[in-house]
Ligand binder design. Structure first.
Ligand code: NAP
Length: 320
């Protein structure tokens, strides 16, 4: 089979298309014929060798795949050959024609969700779910600012927050992104590339501030986010690419808090709840992953460049 292999950490050019043996499922494993693989920003940090999780070389990237079950190993009971599935982590990597996953990493994909969309489920929607439900403990009628709403996690969070009954604000840095953010559920949109947009956000809340901020670029925004919070407001740090100085006094007067997580650290119970929630949302149409760009597998290097560029529009997926 064809697969992307990383033999050394480095720039996008270390993603090489190679011919490798198709793996065979051991007991408790499932072999999935991958029809689409999601490209996430963390794939690029991991490829560069700068991420907290450093895989043994060589490795095939990708936790988020969608496709059809080809075969199940001994003892596999929950899926059978021919089932449409999405993966939430894999054993051998999703940037390939086939991927092995543990039985518990494979989840049913409803007919109405395409494989491209299925490749945009786990990291984006799992993160949005954990941020809103577990970390922010969001309640209907609260106001959430999705700070960086035009990408994978942002669009997922918009759809989910609207379905939960929150008032939803979203930001993007291009007109195309702002249009997408509005279409996917934001009642008010703001351009984070324009000077002074934070004041517009505060004005839109009548000066009270927002209850929750889902933050995609904390090193740039965290200090100012604290000034946008309502009493008992919460900033949830999802994305961060550097250091930042904050004034804790902004938190004290508001009895506000900064919370943060990585999806790698969630508990099995939280993960089971997330999949139950996502499965219901995908089936009932409230969750509709947005695929902005499909690229052939061999263009994995280009996909890693694109995912780090401004002007996000939903997900970038690779087609083996
Ligand atoms: P993505 O699809 O590349 O989207 C990036 C988003 O950030 C876009 O909406 C982009 O908007 C926005 N952005 C750019 N400049 C910004 C600014 N100055 N202020 C606010 N937002 C800005 O990435 P993603 O998959 O949604 O992930 C978002 C971030 O969360 C990444 O850093 C990723 O590594 C991280 N993440 C963390 C976890 C976790 O477990 N904690 C899980 C998933 C993702 P424009 O392009 O329109 O400017």
């Amino acid at each position: 089979m064809k697969a992307i292999l990383v033999r050394e950490f480095g720039g996008p050019e270390v993603l090489k298309l190679e011919e490798v043996p198709t793996p065979k499922p051991a007991a408790g494993q499932v072999l999935v014929r991958i029809h689409a693989a999601g490209v996430n920003p963390y794939d690029t940090y991991m490829r560069a060798g700068t991420y907290a999780v450093k895989p043994a070389l060589p490795y095939t990237p990708g936790s988020d795949g969608a496709g059809v079950v080809e075969a199940g190993g001994e003892g596999v009971k929950t899926v059978k050959p021919g089932d449409r599935v999405y993966t939430a982590k894999t054993v051998t990597g999703a940037y390939a024609e086939y991927a092995l996953a543990l039985e518990e990493q494979v989840h049913s994909l409803p007919e109405k969700i395409s494989f491209g969309q299925g490749a945009g489920v786990w990291v984006p929607y799992g993160t949005a779910y954990h941020a809103l439900h577990h970390s922010a403990e969001a309640r209907a009628s609260e106001t959430v600012l999705v700070h960086g709403a035009s990408g994978g996690v942002g669009t997922a969070a918009l759809q989910m927050a609207r379905a939960m009954g929150l008032a939803v604000f979203g930001t993007a840095g291009t007109q195309k992104g702002l249009d997408l953010v509005k279409r996917e559920g934001a009642q008010q949109v703001f351009d984070h590339s324009k000077a002074g947009y934070q004041e517009e956000i505060l004005k839109a809340t009548g000066g009270r501030g927002v209850d929750i901020i889902l933050e995609m670029l904390a090193n740039v925004n965290l200090a100012h986010d604290l000034k946008l919070l309502a009493p008992r407001g919460r900033v949830i740090v999802i994305g961060n690419r550097g250091e930042v100085t904050i004034n804790p006094r902004e938190l004290m007067g508001r009895r506000a808090s900064i919370r943060a997580f990585t999806l790698w650290g969630i508990t099995p119970a939280e993960e089971a709840e997330i999949h139950a929630g996502l499965s219901a949302g995908l089936a009932n149409g409230t969750l509709r992953p947005i695929v902005g760009q499909e690229l052939p597998l061999e263009e994995a290097p280009r996909s890693h460049e694109a995912v780090m560029q401004p002007g996000a529009y939903g997900k970038i997926v690779l087609i083996p």
